[in-house]
Design a protein around this ligand. Structure first.
Ligand SMILES: Nc1nc2c(ncn2[C@@H]2O[C@H](COP(=O)(O)OP(=O)(O)O)[C@@H](O)[C@H]2O)c(=O)[nH]1
Ligand SMILES: [Mg+2]
Length: 318
């Protein structure tokens, strides 16, 4: 049986190439294990990664100073992790306070935020983790801060619209120092940087600046206005959509679907992936799946059927 690894696994594999420290490597390897489908085809790889982690842990014990470098890593929670990064006073902490229940310090002084603040975005029936970070500054881009940027699922650059394009070019430059190439659209082709999905929030934007930025960065980045009087639901949806996942619902034969707890899968996942997500044994005993999509009547589908957001599936096993 082939390993059949999901896209997210390959993304993590790429992140590993850019990891700046042992702690960062261990945490990425653990994530690789977590996203690896649990079937026979991956047993070998699972063992190999577990071995690598053990070796790195031994190495870390010999070098106690590394703990300091990775002072503030943020364990993932919810269906995905988004991180806000940008210059001082851009509005990062304000955005966190508007989109989540977190209560970060907000002030006109630079460096009000000294370590990451974390909150959860409630979006319909899922939660997305949002991290607010200390500013990326001319002389301030510590390894642990850039490591958070590399490991998060999406990166949201935040700039103050009154500062214009300069602010964005500086931010992209600082990210590049952390080996990060922020993109929404084009796919980075080089080898030296880690392509990272995300977009830019512009606070206090004048329409003229906003239009200019949108036009200039059209091919690379989505530039989005963040307004304090804005529609946060739409902003939350943008964040959800950028995670590249779908929500599907399962129903036991003869019963109603459970819409409170979606199964989260990558875009491009199949009925078989869904079954593995639920339970290995179960997936291996699967005979066929019934699928409800939109207004159509249920139909019987095979294990390689591509699933879509909102699909309801009913598994029948042997
Ligand atoms: N008018 C306006 N003020 C904002 C906005 N975002 C942040 N601010 C103000 O800008 C200052 C810095 O905001 P803060 O969220 O602490 O920025 P951070 O340093 O990026 O975390 C505070 O006084 C905020 O009230 C915004 O979208 N509009
Ligand atoms: Mg702040």
């Amino acid at each position: 049986m082939p390993a059949n690894l999901p896209q997210i696994y390959h993304k993590k594999e790429e992140q590993l190439r850019f990891a700046g420290s042992i702690v960062e490597k261990i945490s990425i390897l653990k994530e690789m294990l977590a996203v690896m489908p649990k079937h026979k085809g991956t047993d070998h790889l699972r063992a190999e990664l577990t071995r690598k982690i053990a070796t790195l842990k031994k190495e870390a014990k010999k070098k106690p100073q590394i703990q300091r470098i990775d002072r503030y890593s943020v364990p993932k929670e919810g269906i995905g992790q988004a991180v806000l990064m940008g210059p001082p006073n851009a509005g990062k902490s304000t955005i966190l306070s508007r989109l989540t229940n977190a209560k970060p310090d907000i002030a006109i002084y630079p460096f009000t935020t000294q370590k990451p603040n974390v909150g959860m975005i409630e979006y319909e029936n899922v939660q997305i983790q949002l991290i607010d970070t200390p500013p990326l500054y001319e002389d301030f881009h510590p390894p642990w801060l850039l490591a958070i940027g590399r490991s998060s699922d999406i990166l949201i650059g935040v700039i103050d619209g009154r500062k214009g394009e300069n602010s964005l070019t500086h931010l992209l430059k600082h990210l590049k120092e952390g080996k990060i190439f922020l993109q929404t659209k084009i796919v980075y082709q080089g080898e030296e940087l880690l392509p990272k999905s995300g977009f830019i929030f512009v606070t206090r934007a004048e329409q003229k600046t906003l239009e200019e930025l949108k036009r200039k960065y059209e091919e690379r980045l989505n530039i989005i206005e963040f307004s304090l009087s804005g529609n946060y639901q739409a902003v939350k949806k943008k964040i959800y959509d950028s995670l590249g996942v779908i929500r599907i619902y399962t129903k036991p034969p003869g019963k109603d679907a459970d819409f409170t707890t979606p199964v989260i899968l990558e875009k491009g996942a199949t009925a078989q992936d869904a079954a593995y997500e639920i339970h290995k044994d179960f997936a291996e005993r699967m005979k066929y799946t019934r699928l409800w999509r939109g207004d159509y009547n249920p139909r019987q589908v095979g294990s390689d059927e591509l699933l879509e957001e909102g699909d309801i599936i009913e598994f029948h096993s042997r």
